[in-house]
Structures are given as C-alpha cells and as structure tokens.
Design a protein around this ligand. Sequence first.
Ligand SMILES: [Zn+2]
Length: 322
Amino acid sequence: MTKIFNNCVLAADVGGTNTRMAIVTESGDILTLLRKSTHCQDGMDEMIKFLVSFAREVIEKSTLPEEKICGMGVGFPGPLNAETGTIFNPPNLNGWDNVPLKDILEKELKVHVAIENDANAAALGEWWKGAGSGTSSLFCITLGTGVGGGIILDGKVWHGASSIAGEIGHTTVIRDGIKCTCGNTGCLEAYACSGGILKRVNDALLEEGDNDKFQPLTNLKEIDKMLIQGNEVVLKIIKETGVILGIAIANLVNLLNPEMVVLFGGVTNMGVNLMEPLKEEVMKRAFKKATEPLRIELSRLGDNSGILGAAKNILSKLQGRT
Ligand SMILES: [Zn+2]
C-alpha cells in the first residue's frame, strides 16, 4: 500500500473534443487546471502522445516536485475495462481497439495509473465532492451529445459483469421508436441527447410552420431562446423530453433504489421546463417507498466532476480501498 499524505495526483478528463487535466490534492482541492483540444483526429498514437505531453506540461506548470505526484487518474470516453485499464473500441475515436492505455501511461509517466469510463468518473466525482456527497448510492446521468450513466453503490463504482453497467442511454423507452446510433430503436439517448432534442424540435417546428421559410435550429441555446419567447411547439417537445427521461429514471429507481439521481450536462440548462415533468413522471411511476428517500438534483461540480472522480479513483486505489 502506498502512503498518501499531503500528496497529490494528476487527474485527466479526456473528451472527444476537449481534454482537461489538473493536479488534485488528496482532500479534493484542484491546484493546476488546464484545458486543451483533444488531438484525436490522427488516430490512437497521436492521441496517446498528446495525453503524455499534456500530463508532463501540467506537472511542470504545477511546480510541484515530481515525487509529490503519486499517481494519475483518467476519465476516458467509451467502453473500457477499469480493472486492466484497457480501452475497448470507442465509437467516436479513430483506430482504438483493445488498447492497454493504463500500461502505456504508466510506462511513459512512471506513476500508477487508474482509468475509468468518463460517466463513471463523473458519478464518482459527484459522490465524493458534489451533489451526492454523504450518500451511499447514487446514479449520475450525463445529458449532452450522448446520454451516459454511472452507478455508485456503497461508495464504489458498479461496473457489472463486463464493464457495461450504467448505460441508461441505451435502455428502450419507446417500442419501435426513433433509430439510435447503437443500432437499436427507441433508446433514451435518441430522444434526450442534444442532437435528438434538436431533431425532434426541428421536426415539430417544420410540421407547424411554413416549410419555405423554415430555418432549422442548430444548438440548445436557440431552443432556450424560443422557450423564453414562449414558443408552445418547442415547450411541448421539452416537456415530452422530461417525461421520457422520467420514465427511464423511474425504471432505474425501481431497480436500484438509489438515494440520489444526479443530472448533468448541457441539456439540464432547459431548467424547470424539463425538470418538472421529469420529477412528476418519476413520482408517478416509481414505487412510493423508492421515491420517499430519493433526491433528484443537478450536478454541483459541473465540468469538474470528471476530474475529481478520476482523482478519487486513483487515490482510492493507492490507499488500497478498491
Ligand atoms: Zn441506443
């Protein structure tokens, strides 16, 4: 067991677009935080080189002596084996197929490395220092370009038999519904990710309005603007999204009986128009005994949940807790 006292870890939240890296203390303070565009277009080798040089840059900028950095935690997008630190084959990254990223980073950076799926890392961060602090069970749902989920049970990430646990985005909410990127139909993600919401809003506006003058909305901010202007068609779709999310959350509440569900990501900026129908639907569908202790809250850490979860993951491993 490595002794951790007054020491720090390097933590990375790797995304398909941006990567954030920080030095985090064992009590969860973020010391040096940098953000860069992820170099992933040129394939796996280039992306690994980018991660290694970025890590070295953060350590250098922190001005901490290298022996103070006792490990590195990584939150990585896509399916992976958290035990071995092997990345399977992320759908959004070119050329990655069963890559032993943990071993590679350990060899390059000469520190212990722990890798966790990004949604699980976010859940762990919220449980450690965010909305779920003090709870023993939590389900964290990320609502952004995709819909992801992470499960914390008794203070630990629940991975399942083959590291797939928590994939709420690809649970079916509507039989024979919209086609999803995973190949299935009627998945939650097809309705509640940012692209899915935009498509449904644009389809509804097109049906209502004048086809010749129609300009499709391109981002969630434009949807927000139309909600503020009181557009009834857009409001109906956002409320319907809340209901669909509520159905999926009621299912997970009946299955896992968690103390808390934490929601984060750009889609949650829709505010009460999304959250009210969502909560109503959960209360209506889940068992009363399961909803009595339940809290449904928004993330308190926002963008830092992944960094703090990645840090907590390596800290726990170094302290021999997992
Ligand atoms: Zn799907």
